[in-house]
Design a protein around this ligand. Structure first.
Ligand code: PGA
Length: 252
């Protein structure tokens, strides 16, 4: 079964309004018409609207970096699914390791956000991944299994095919260390087996599993060749239009 690759840029807490629009414009002119690979960029909340404007007419989709699990009300600082849809976002990252380990989000919180995103019509990019000490203690599969199981609790067979899972080993994020294609493939295949058990084989074959963690123009092609790696979630290299474009071309 061949899944269309999906490559997304996570800009994290970077760019100014002018930088964000300039980056989006540069991407539109280099890879804006690419159809062979699904593409998205996830700017900071405050730049979603101008970036969405800059992407208009291109094939690059807008995504947000997080969402809250309530619809509205007294939740100072939070952003709802409706608000994100309103400004043109179609994807949302949930459970990024920086939300888990810097902000302190739990698997249960992430599950609530993921279900709310689906309910509101956003396609979640659901991140999982182990810490270095967990890998060194041979706990990778156990940790990722727990994250996937709790994160997807209550998500129906029909809905889960709209979820992208991003396997991002925490030790590879922003460090310049990348999982080897074999290391990544092992975890991706395990996630697909897990999905087969939780749902069934045909559902598991439809879910896209991105790899994330220091994906660069120099390593993208070999990672994207692995049978269960269905795309990439790119942080640092997504802030340079030429690097991101080269990663996308590696996937074509
Ligand atoms: P990186 O970040 O590509 O800078 O390692 C990936 C991510 O955090 O999604």
């Amino acid at each position: 079964m061949s899944r269309k690759l999906f490559i997304a840029g996570n800009w994290k807490m970077n760019t100014s309004a002018a930088d964000a629009v300039a980056l989006a414009e540069a991407l539109v002119s280099s890879i804006g018409l690419v159809e062979a690979v699904d593409l998205a960029v996830c700017p900071p909340f405050v730049y979603l609207s101008p970036v969405g404007e800059a992407l208009r007419g291109s094939k690059i989709t807008l995504g947000a970096q997080d969402v809250f699990y309530e619809d509205k009300g007294a939740f100072t600082g939070e952003v709802s699914t409706d608000m994100l849809i309103d400004v043109g976002a179609r994807y949302v990252i949930v459970g990024h390791s920086e939300r888990r380990h810097v902000i302190g989000e739990t698997d249960e919180t992430i599950n609530r956000k993921l279900r709310k995103a689906l309910e509101g019509g956003l396609a979640p990019i659901f991140c999982v991944g182990e810490l270095l000490e967990q890998r060194e203690a041979s706990e990778t599969l156990e940790v990722v299994t727990r994250q996937v199981k709790i994160g997807l609790e209550g998500v129906s067979q029909a809905d889960v095919t709209g979820v992208t899972i991003a396997y991002e080993p925490v030790w590879a994020i922003g460090t310049g260390l990348t999982a080897t294609p074999d290391q990544a493939q092992e975890v991706h295949a395990m996630i697909r087996e897990l999905l087969t058990g939780m749902y069934d084989r045909s559902v598991a074959e439809k879910v896209r599993i991105q790899y994330g963690g220091s994906v660069k123009p120099t390593n993208a092609a070999e990672l994207l060749e692995a049978p269960d790696i269905d795309g990439a979630l790119v942080g640092g290299a997504s802030l340079k239009a030429s690097d991101f474009a080269q990663i996308v071309k590696a996937g074509m």
